[in-house]
Design a protein around this ligand. Structure first.
Ligand code: PMP
Length: 427
């Protein structure tokens, strides 16, 4: 595979951009090697600057659920752009977007548009703190909620100790306010709320964890978190930046039948444009400025071109049978990968939920963060490169979920499984 142009671009990028990238995981640090630079994308494929084609299971980290360069999304963006790129005034598409989200996600009685998932989660915890008058928040080890200070925190030596910053620049005083739990541990959550439930403003969780590979909730786990929050007067926040419009039309909250107080969105909702949103119960959302005192704002929030892309995406995913077909594709891929691994004698398993999936180099069923971390990441890294050489792009980390799109047809999935047969054999 010729990578001369990508290599040259990466050298230039490294001279001027930290790590040569604008977002860390793109740099291939975890899998080794150098990233490729993409010229264009279409349907299930990426095409790099050296003319190589890849079947893409990253999908811009989630947004491209109908495939790249979808003609209707593209048309909406072009048409809307003709009227101007940004007005800084209310525009009609924002209203349609709010109506669409409120209809598709009933727990979101009101919504506020922002420009990224990070902004959505930052705003949601400010609201939780402002509305409850409490300062502590609870998150789960292995869940990622963007790069806000309160989220860049890991557990101290025990579950009930203060959180520890995972990045320089996060004040210890702020990290102290973040408590950390183990996902899918029922008793740990009960114990934490018994000890300090009355101090907790909100608990934020990826209802299906997509940032520690792919971990579905154990039966009843999300309801358990719902019950604890209700009992202790804390707000339950589902971070559906990844799962929203991905694991079901109504997100994980529809799939598992548990309604949070607040939800955050990103990725699919923007159709590939920089968009996030948060929403929830009316009496909570009304506390946001200007109807209430809790401040949050954005120069480009509700941008008309971004709204046009997102609204078109949300129309496309409402097509009858869209999620059933997407899930069938995910299952076909994961079943094919598991069979290929079995035939090659490689310990390997998958998890799938709707249009997202995880790959684990282990012979165990994996549904906790500790189990995900215990998998053979060196085997994953070799597999990643063996697949890349064969024209298949997986997330460049053993700890990221994969994403299916409706543009991945039978041929693309069959070609992926065939590449996997060769890749597993080469391990
Ligand atoms: N929450 C979750 C669950 C995410 O997966 C991400 C991004 N991967 C974020 C929040 C942050 O979103 P963004 O990168 O748009 O800031």
């Amino acid at each position: 595979m010729n990578n001369a142009r990508s290599h040259d671009l990466f050298s230039r990028a490294q001279a001027l951009m930290p790590g040569g990238v604008n977002s860390p995981v793109r740099a291939f640090k975890s899998v080794g090697g150098e990233p490729f630079f993409v010229q264009r994308a279409d349907g299930p494929h990426l095409f790099d600057v050296d003319g190589n084609r890849y079947i893409d299971y990253v999908g811009s980290w989630g947004p491209m659920i109908v495939g790249h360069n979808h003609p209707q999304v593209l048309d909406a963006v072009i048409e809307t752009s003709r009227n101007g790129l940004s007005f800084g005034t209310p525009n009609p598409l924002e209203v349609t977007m709010a109506e669409t989200i409120a209809r598709l996600i009933p727990s979101c009685e009101m919504v506020r548009m922002v420009n990224s998932g990070t902004e959505a989660t930052l705003s949601a915890i400010r609201l939780a703190r402002g509305a409850t008058g409490r300062n502590r928040i609870v998150k789960f080890e292995g869940c990622y909620h963007g790069h806000g200070d309160s989220f860049l925190v890991k557990a101290g030596s025990g579950a009930l100790t203060f959180g520890v910053p995972t990045s320089p620049g996060v004040p210890k005083a702020l990290a102290d306010l973040t408590l950390t739990l183990t996902y899918n541990d029922f008793d740990g959550a009960t114990k934490l709320f018994e000890e300090c439930g009355s101090d907790i403003a909100g608990l934020i969780v990826e209802p299906v964890v997509g940032n520690a590979n792919c971990l579905p909730p154990r039966e009843g786990y999300l309801q358990h978190l719902r019950d604890l929050c209700t009992q202790h007067g804390a707000l339950l926040i589902f971070d559906e930046v990844m799962t929203g419009f991905r694991v079901a039309l109504g997100g994980a909250q529809a799939r598992y039948g548990v309604a949070p107080d607040l939800s955050t969105f990103g990725k699919v909702i923007g159709g590939g444009m920089p968009v996030g949103a948060y929403g929830g119960r009316r009496e909570l959302m009304q506390q946001i400025a200007p109807s209430g005192p809790i401040y949050q704002a954005g120069t480009l929030s509700g941008n008309p071109v971004a709204m046009a892309a997102g609204l078109t995406m949300l129309e496309l995913v409402q097509a009858p049978g869209f999620y059933e077909a997407l899930e069938a594709k995910t299952n076909a891929l994961c079943d094919g990968l598991e069979a290929a691994a079995r035939d090659a004698g490689v310990a390997f398993t998958t998890q799938r939920v709707g249009g997202m999936f995880g790959m684990f180099f282990t012979d165990q069923i994996v549904d906790t963060f500790a189990q995900a971390m215990a998998c053979d990441s060196a085997a994953f890294n070799r597999f990643f490169h063996a697949m890349l050489e064969r024209g298949v792009y997986l997330a460049p980390s053993a700890y990221e979920a994969g994403f299916m799109s409706s543009a991945h047809d039978d041929a693309a999935i069959a070609a992926t499984v065939q590449a996997a047969r060769e890749a597993f054999a080469s391990l």
